[in-house]
Design a protein around this ligand. Structure first.
Ligand SMILES: [Zn+2]
Length: 332
């Protein structure tokens, strides 16, 4: 089995574009990688940092993956590759963190060609915090490179976007995820299952291959949803109370529930597209005999609005209650 360029599954065009820039000496100072959670943004950013700094004599062979620098970058221990951390309680990328990282980026590289700062969850930074990076983007130190990772372009300031090379990463096709899983030692059944349920988020699929609990968490989250649909107002409000206690856990949960409602909508309108949550096909089919297309649209919209609410300072429990009231009722 051949491996793709840079070992990047599903985003070959992006790897090719970065490689060409590297070989032609036309590297930009800032890149903005857009795409869903776990779609492969950070892996691409890290591999690019390796290619920029690899010790192999032949530029076309970079990154070799074998040299000291490649290995240190791969393991996250190279001093010239900086990563931002979000605030543990709020999940936000704080202005202090952005300032600190920009300051460290301005220093000369320790032993690499480029100092690279990878800003995770850049769209989780307030506009004022994003603004703190503008000066670095306008007058970047010659040896510095910024790679910003974000899920949605809407939450990134236009002044930042216009100064960056934007690379939008699409969900990775199922067959490509399967190929990556097989290459990482999955057996055929496991590869098909994880690729089928990951919604193109290859990073999640690879993590779930290494960590059984991820698949369990997903199963629990879908059980919770299917169970909630059979409950009346009281049951749903009590669930809202429980869920509101862990705000950060709600992002992946709501994303999963959104994919479930998208599946329901596909089935309601008789779409030929394969559903994302294939292991739930039976339940979804039963569900769509009981609800209308409008019900599915309303539930999907309520779920997406709930994600928006998480980004604001609104009352999470109240917002969850509102969302649950927009979900169709089955058992009432
Ligand atoms: Zn190397």
């Amino acid at each position: 089995m051949t491996t793709p360029l840079w070992n990047i599954y599903g985003h070959t065009w992006a790897a090719e574009q970065l490689r060409r820039a590297l070989l032609n000496g036309r590297i930009r100072h800032a890149y903005l990688l857009l795409g869903a959670e776990s779609v492969g943004k950070e892996t691409l950013a890290r591999t690019f940092a390796m290619a920029l700094n690899c010790l192999d004599d032949d530029p076309a062979a970079r990154p070799c993956g074998q040299c000291r620098i490649c290995q240190q970058i791969a393991s996250g221990s190279h001093a010239d590759i900086l990563y931002s951390q979000v605030d543990a309680t709020s999940g936000a990328l704080k202005i202090e963190e952005i300032r600190t990282l920009a300051g460290r980026l301005a220093l000369k590289p320790y032993d690499a060609r480029y100092r690279v700062a990878i800003f995770r969850d850049f769209d989780a930074a307030q506009p004022r915090a994003q603004d703190a990076l503008l000066k670095t983007l306008e007058e970047p130190p010659p040896h510095a490179l910024l790679i910003l990772l974000a899920q949605s372009p809407e939450a990134v300031l236009p002044t930042i976007t216009s100064r960056s090379q934007v690379l939008p990463l699409r969900p990775v096709p199922t067959a490509e995820v399967e190929r990556a899983l097989l290459a990482h030692g999955a057996d055929a059944d496991k590869a098909a299952l994880l690729a089928g349920v990951c919604s193109g988020r290859i990073g999640w699929a690879l993590s779930a291959l290494a960590d059984e609990t991820l698949l369990e968490q997903r199963t629990n989250a879908l059980d919770l949803l299917e169970n909630a649909l059979g409950q009346g107002r009281a049951g749903r409000f009590s669930l809202a109370e429980d869920l509101a206690k862990e705000k950060l856990a709600l992002y992946p949960l709501l994303e999963l529930w959104g994919s479930y409602w998208r599946d329901a909508l596909h089935l309601c309108v008789g779409s030929e597209l394969p559903i994302a949550n294939r292991d739930r096909a039976d339940h979804l089919r039963r569900l769509t005999q009981l609800i209308t297309q409008d019900d599915a649209v309303a539930a999907l919209r309520a779920t997406q609005q709930m994600v928006g609410t998480l980004d604001s300072n609104a009352n999470v429990r109240l917002a969850l209650e509102v969302m649950f009231l927009d979900y169709p009722g089955l058992g009432r």
